[in-house]
Design a protein around this ligand. Structure first.
Ligand code: CA
Ligand code: CA
Length: 342
């Protein structure tokens, strides 16, 4: 079902304190640095335009369809948690009102339209950098930024000039991946986009109910077997993390948003590809006074997840980042209450 957008967006920026990177969401670190200290780079160098996005935008890559999920009682969580500390358990019955959720992760093409319409500046652009996985950097870049690695997860590099439109630094672009999910977006950026579309971020329960596709007590959106029919059903990591990604599923980084249909709700890439922000706070007793450092739940795992290391590409799995975080494996999709329809 198509939902047309209509809402204007307003976002205010305050202090930009911590960006947290995570290796597939497992383990994290932060940097404490105010926006005033942010490194700057000349975006007119290296042929990079100072405009909002110079990539050609075509509606071919803008998949903004939504699917309707009926209101009712659903089971979420699991009584067989893999990560107890993530509070995956217990399994419990929750109620959701009817809603719509995006069929796909939000694409670079769709996000480009938002930027062009609003001149919105994302957090990574405001701060001047974001976190990039090692395999996506050249040896020269890795050497240049070796001191900017995250100590506890040294395969993440903080790279100047990285943003949604320059995913691996100033010399990179999204021109060849307009149909891939937008990354390097904070929770605030994602929320602003959804508001502009007349939508909102899904709650964690809405996201998980959608992930489960009408099935109960299953690991994945399609069932309990990872590769039924010996086919790949999601974009994750094959090989030994973090140095050997064999890409047996066809992708060593993000994949197009319409690549893996995963359940009976016709939803794509709920698990794998990129983590997805939800509107839900990780800890309801979190600091209400500093929204930028409030942890928000993210779901689904990413192309960097492997069972041996970050087995979080399951519907019940959950992780979090502070709302101002951004990284190359974190995106989102939007939802909409049925009574929001116009
Ligand atoms: Ca993969
Ligand atoms: Ca996903």
């Amino acid at each position: 079902m198509y939902i047309k957008c209509c809402i204007f967006v307003l976002v205010l920026f305050k202090n930009y304190l911590n960006i947290i990177a995570s290796e597939c969401g497992c383990g994290e670190t932060s940097r404490s640095k105010s926006i005033e200290d942010a490194p700057t780079f000349d975006s007119t160098q290296n042929g990079i335009s100072n405009g909002y996005c110079t990539a050609p935008i075509t509606t071919d890559f803008v998949h903004d369809e939504m699917v309707q999920i009926s209101g009712g009682d659903y089971l979420v969580g699991t009584n067989e948690p893999i990560f107890e500390s993530d509070q995956e358990s217990p399994e419990r019955s929750i109620h959701v009102n009817g809603y719509f959720i995006d069929k796909y992760e939000v694409s670079n093409a769709e996000f480009s339209q938002f930027i062009q319409a609003t001149n919105y500046l994302t957090y990574s652009e405001k701060f001047g950098d974001s976190f990039v996985f090692q395999a996506q950097l050249t040896p020269t870049q890795q050497n240049l930024y070796k001191d900017s690695r995250v100590a506890s997860v040294p395969w993440w590099y903080k790279v100047n000039g990285t943003s949604w439109k320059h995913p691996e630094g100033v010399d990179s672009s999204i021109g060849d991946r307009l149909d891939h999910p937008v990354v390097h977006v904070s929770w605030f950026d994602a929320s602003a986009f959804c508001k502009w579309k007349g939508k909102r971020l899904p709650t964690e329960f809405e996201w998980e109910v959608a992930c489960r596709g009408g099935k109960n007590q299953k690991l994945y959106p399609w069932g309990n077997k990872l590769q039924p029919g010996d086919k790949h059903w999601l974009n994750i990591w094959q090989g030994a993390f973090p140095n050997d990604n064999t890409g047996e599923d066809g992708f060593t980084s993000t994949c197009p948003i319409n690549r893996f249909k995963q359940n009976d709700y016709d939803l794509y890439n709920m698990v794998g590809n990129v983590w997805e922000w939800t509107d839900t706070k990780w800890n309801e007793s979190g600091d209400e006074e500093d929204l930028e450092t409030v942890e928000r739940v993210k779901k689904g795992g990413s192309y960097l997840c492997h069972k041996s290391y970050c087995y979080r590409y399951r519907c019940a799995a959950r992780s979090s980042n502070t709302a101002d975080s951004s990284a190359g494996n974190l995106g989102f999709r939007c939802a909409k209450s049925i009574n929001q329809l116009d």
